[in-house]
Ligand binder design. Structure first.
Ligand SMILES: NC(=O)c1ccc[n+]([C@@H]2O[C@H](COP(=O)([O-])OP(=O)(O)OC[C@H]3O[C@@H](n4cnc5c(N)ncnc54)[C@H](OP(=O)(O)O)[C@@H]3O)[C@@H](O)[C@H]2O)c1
Length: 227
């Protein structure tokens, strides 16, 4: 697939790029030809994850490199936040300067798990996406990729992922860009899902999907019909 004009010349950074979701997204963006930087709390771990992904992907893809999260933030034009909810606010507070002026894509689902299964946590700011924007006052925060399965993203046998990615944000240019980014993954369509204040229910929906996955032994996604 050709890289959309909006993304040409842009580097995609993935904070928490050593985990399954970050690695999976990075794999798909690199496969589409985009340069990707995997961020980690330690530079060595970021570099090792990048070397492993680059070796798995082979030639003819976007460059895959690794760094610490600060280095990845500096290198990226579009920076995805793919860390657990527990480290979310602290990490972003430490990267205010590096992330200033950038489009930051928050992919974090504030979820809890107990004997009854997954459930959505209450977030003071409303959602992880809104918390990110509250911390990163100089960045443009978009919420996306909450409901797409890491298992599917990481599986090289899965050539097309049958899902939409809901994209939430208040700035049209930024949500259009992130819709384009989602759509470089074969099978995926980026769909505008409302402003940041609507991110909570999209983050929370992941609890429903995990519950469905457990019942049906699946890796469910969402499709929005009639558009
Ligand atoms: N897994 C999925 O299918 C899926 C689907 C949709 C959305 N998500 C969301 O994506 C995010 C990441 O999911 P994941 O399954 O990839 O999680 P994970 O493996 O638990 O975490 C991802 C990476 O975050 C870093 N990390 C861990 N604790 C941290 C902390 N306290 N502060 C900063 N960084 C920390 C680690 O990298 P280093 O040790 O290298 O720093 C880790 O490899 C979550 O918020 C999840 O809700 C996941």
């Amino acid at each position: 697939m050709t890289i959309p004009e909006s993304l040409q010349g842009k580097t995609i950074a993935v904070l928490g790029g050593t985990g399954p979701q970050g690695r999976g997204l990075a794999r798909r963006f690199a496969a589409a030809g985009l340069p990707v930087v995997l961020g980690s709390r330690t530079e060595e771990k970021g570099a090792a994850a990048a070397a492993e992904l680059a070796a798995a992907l082979g030639d003819g893809v976007g460059a895959v490199t690794g760094s610490d999260n600060a280095g990845a933030s500096t290198a990226g034009d579009v920076v995805l936040v793919v860390v657990p909810w527990d480290g979310h606010k602290e990490l972003l507070e430490s990267l205010r300067t590096e992330l200033a002026g950038k489009v930051v894509v928050d992919c974090v689902n504030p979820l809890g798990f107990d004997k009854q299964g997954p459930f959505a946590l209450k977030v003071e700011e409303g959602s992880a996406t809104e918390q990110a924007q509250a911390v990163l006052t100089e960045s443009t925060v978009v919420g996306a990729f909450h409901n797409v399965s890491a298992v599917k993203l990481e599986d090289p046998e899965v050539t097309s992922i049958d899902t939409d990615v809901l994209v939430l944000g208040d700035e049209r240019e930024a949500t259009d860009l992130v819709q384009d980014l989602a759509s470089v993954i074969p099978g995926v369509r980026g769909v505008y899902g409302g402003r940041r204040r609507n991110a909570h229910q999209v983050e929370a929906l992941t609890a429903n999907l995990i519950a469905a996955n457990r019942r049906y032994k699946a890796h469910a996604g969402v499709r929005i019909t009639d558009i």
